[in-house]
Design a protein around this ligand. Structure first.
Ligand code: UD1
Ligand code: UDP
Length: 358
């Protein structure tokens, strides 16, 4: 049995890296297809290298474009590879356009789809990711739900419970296996001339935030208020989409924000672990903050990771400047003690065992 593992963007490389490792350790036959949805070195190559991902057998060189264009080109190119190579199953992770294209191409060729991180729901269909997740789950034969909440979401949509397995989230595997090495290897604090717990970490790239001038302006106003009250710098490894939109809208970051290029996983992991607080609209970073016991303020009105809210690790702040400040001050005061709801760090091994026991 040979399986295809599909990657395309930064979070997929990170969250599938433990699955790749598990396949290697268990001596399983696999090959990698990379759509190259992400292609800039800091969004792509650095992760492949740091996380030890073997070279992709197929680089599809799709790159950027509108949703329809990007998904369409991926669909066509993934289909060509699947027809040529005929894997017995395809593994994909998350909710990007890469994932939807991969699931659709495979399902139409009767190649079983194994979806890692199945069942997440924000119940907000204005998000492209929500559409991708729902469709992918309904195209999948094996659904690896990270938590009981995700499993319940799938059952509520009528998906056969025999296809669903609660495994934990592979992000826990990735954090556990890299944190101590990252601490030894990374000199990010000295490079940025910052001290542990004396900075706030920020990331934002959600289309509904950064492609909307008013929302982006409001978030920047919120950052200004935080810097004024907390008197801490905000470190901002900026996603290329956000960089592009700030330029297009001619918006300036408030003084006290330190904008840097996107970081590799080792530097970023250390920066997250030692942050005073994390402000983000990322999906994965809400989980990592929770795992690392760093308070998180999410710059969105909803989340597909409600577990982080339930354990008290995360607060939804939306984009209103006063609310962003209020939630940041709330999280600042909170004792950062909670249970990690995302599993024991053995999700990847479980996933590979289930696939091969099928
Ligand atoms: C995509 C995913 C999102 C995920 C994110 C991870 C979809 C619909 N969105 O969003 O769910 O959270 O990846 O980071 O699949 N760009 C570069 N270099 C790159 C990649 C992108 O410069 O390597 C720029 C281009 O200007 C591009 C823009 O970023 O147009 C957006 O890239 P795209 O892949 O469409 O979406 P992301 O915002 O990265
Ligand atoms: N990340 C990183 N360097 C950065 C920003 C993020 O390594 O400069 C990692 C982060 O630790 C997380 C993943 O990228 O594991 C999240 O990716 P992103 O926020 O782009 O996507 P999302 O999770 O929202 O889909």
């Amino acid at each position: 049995m040979e399986i295809a593992i599909l990657i395309g963007t930064r979070p997929e490389i990170i969250k599938l890296s433990p699955v790749v490792k598990a396949c290697e350790q268990m001596g399983k036959d696999f090959f990698i297809i990379h759509t190259n949805q992400h292609y800039t070195k800091e969004m792509d190559k650095i992760f492949l290298e740091e996380l030890g991902i073997p070279p992709a057998k197929y680089n599809l060189e799709v790159g950027s474009g509108s949703h329809g264009y990007q998904t369409g080109v991926m669909l066509e190119r993934i289909e060509t590879v699947l027809i040529k190579h005929k894997p017995n199953l395809i593994i994909l992770e998350g909710d990007t356009n890469t994932v939807l294209a991969g699931a659709l191409a495979a399902a139409k060729l009767n190649i079983p789809v194994a979806h890692v991180e199945a069942g997440l729901r924000s119940y907000d269909r204005t998000m492209p990711e929500e559409i991708n997740r729902i469709l992918t789950d309904h195209l999948s034969e094996l659904l690896f739900a990270p938590t009981d909440i995700a499993e319940k979401n799938l059952k509520n949509e009528g998906i056969d419970s025999k296809k669903i397995f609660v495994t934990g989230n592979t992000i826990v595997d990735a954090v556990i296996s890299h944190l101590s090495y990252a601490r030894k290897k990374s000199d990010i604090h000295s490079r940025l001339k910052i001290k542990q717990k004396k900075y706030i970490l920020l990331t934002m790239h959600r289309e509904e935030n950064v492609d909307n001038k008013e929302k982006l302006k409001d978030i920047l106003e919120g950052l200004k208020k935080i810097i004024k009250i907390l008197n801490l710098p905000i470190i901002f490894p900026i996603h290329p989409r956000t960089e592009k939109m700030l330029e297009r809208f001619k918006l300036k970051l408030p003084e006290g924000t330190i904008k840097i290029s996107p970081l590799g996983y080792l530097d970023f992991l250390v920066l997250m672990a030692d942050a005073y607080l994390i402000l983000t609209d990322s999906g994965g970073i809400q989980e990592e903050a929770c795992i690392l016991k760093v308070g998180c303020i999410t710059l969105r009105e909803n989340t597909e990771r409600p577990e982080t809210l339930d354990v008290g690790a995360n607060r939804l702040a939306g984009t209103d400047p006063d609310r962003i400040l209020k939630e940041t001050l709330y999280m600042e005061k909170k004792v950062k003690e909670w249970e990690n709801p995302f599993g024991d760090g053995k999700a990847a091994k479980r996933i590979v065992e289930i696939i091969y026991a099928r």
